[in-house]
Design a protein around this ligand. Sequence first.
Ligand code: ARG
Length: 471
Amino acid sequence: MSQKTSNEMWGGRFASGPAAVMEEINASIDFDKRLYAEDIDGSKAHAAMLAEQGIISAEDARTLQDGLETVRAEIAEGRFAFSRQREDIHMNIEARLAELVGPAAGRLHTARSRNDQVALDFRLHVKKALQALDGALVDFMTALVDKAEAHADTVMPGFTHLQVAQPVTFGHHCLAYVEMAARDLLRCRDALERLDESPLGAAALAGTGFPIDRHMTAQALGFREPTRNSLDSVSDRDFALEFLSVAAICATHLSRLAEEIVIWSTPQFGFVRLSDAFSTGSSIMPQKRNPDAAELVRAKPGRINGALISLLTVMKGLPLTYSKDMQEDKEQVFDAIDSLFLALAAATGMVRDLTPNVDAMRKAAGHGYSTATDLADFLVRELGMPFREAHHVTGRAVALAEERGVGLEDLPLETLRSLEPRITDAVYGVLGVDASVASRKSFGGTAPENVRRQVGYWRDRLARESGSGRG
Ligand code: ARG
């Protein structure tokens, strides 16, 4: 194909031909400027180490450090002119540094490559996200534990298949989400453990002949130690994949809570009232209170799971070491970070603000023969009946109650006795929802006294958690 004019080749979008397309596909500055602080921190640590090792002069190091702080201020204050010709954040900063401090700027990139530089910047960024996630999870858990304590005795229906199963306490339900968040927290800390190695000094891929001190830069940048293999150092994006896995699982938990809030806040359920702060009206139907925040939290895994699959796909099959494909690692991670923190903040706020409708929950808990298992257990306990037989007798009692359109507790004693003559009126003590939940004292069960004990457990653990892990 003959390449006459740019417009013929690429259409009107690219005014100046192949060079414009190259710049458009190659430049990452529009998104990797988000890494500017990490880039400057890394460069300052590198310059200090180069001087310490006698690779550059102490004076040059000082000049570089001061210049880098000037650049930081320019960017922070929105005075920095980002340039696509300078491709990415690394070259934008270095070029500006040269304008500011002159030839000394040319010494900064000694014994370093953009390959270890970007691996470092991105790692530092993900590390900060994981550290902040730790705190956000503790806040979320605290909001749930507070609700659980306030509602240790509040009875609601427990569901399986979204069909009423057995009565449970709302406090116990809240603590189920605390368990999920606690696993998220452990996953987060576990990912931090593996991430905590500095790739700086791996250089392009093979290390360097300069007598650098990678332990010094690792320590200065807050890493436990330097990475051990230069090839792996510039190729590895596991830390980002692990962050995305942690984020995807956490967002999945949040979406389940969000879905429950959506269901609970429908007029049909009426289990909770969401605060005005987390509800929106309808532009046409004046009566509506829509749980928009919950719906958006429910939707966030769409983006976050997408980011995980996207990065797995980018990394899959890449030969060692760095390939430009890896520039596609950042946008999705940035979006996942923002989405996750927003979802967590909204979920925490909704939990704090939501008011359970205790009466509606209790009423619903009694529907659907939710205490049928309690009747069967009574027959086993009091009459020594094998459970399978008790299950059968109870099934017939439910059928009778259903026929008459009443609850189990409304069946007269004679009716129950027609099914099993040994039943006494003590049976009415187990057919109520309060008796049902109070009886479920097995470890991990829903009884109010268990909930209060677990609240105590989580208060202790959270007091310890908020001390550790937040580096
Ligand atoms: N902007 C690049 C990225 O994000 C930086 C590394 C470029 N390295 C290279 N050898 N071209 O991946």
